[in-house]
Design a protein around this ligand. Structure first.
Ligand SMILES: [Zn+2]
Length: 112
């Protein structure tokens, strides 16, 4: 994992909750991270309609829906125990592994 992605405290497939904007309160899985722009896309959230043109042969023109990216400051990782988006901190385990834990309840968020 890159240094930048580490700073995110987020990973692909993490479940996050949106804390602001039109999708506020909704939860979803991270599909992709964009470290350059500090944005993420979340499954079925912030859907955008994109118009596609027919290429005249195989494909028909129309509207496709796709996930729009969100700034990482708009989402929080979900703690299973708290049942909502939480701030996290890092903790070193006895075996030296570094994991992400919930700042509220100390629940380990990473599956190790
Ligand atoms: Zn928690």
């Amino acid at each position: 994992m890159s240094v930048v992605a580490k700073k995110f405290n987020l990973k692909k497939d993490d479940i996050v909750q949106v804390i602001t904007g039109k999708e506020k309160g909704k939860k979803g899985k991270i599909l992709a991270l964009f470290p350059e722009s500090s944005r993420v896309t979340i499954e079925k959230l912030n859907m955008l309609k994109k118009h596609t043109k027919s290429d005249g042969k195989s494909r028909q023109g129309g509207i496709v829906e796709m996930e729009g990216s969100m700034h990482i400051s708009n989402v929080l990782i979900v703690c299973d125990k708290c049942g909502k988006g939480v701030r996290i901190k890092r903790k070193k385990l006895e075996d030296g592994k570094c994991v992400r834990v919930c700042r509220n309840c100390e629940e380990v968020i990473d599956r190790v």
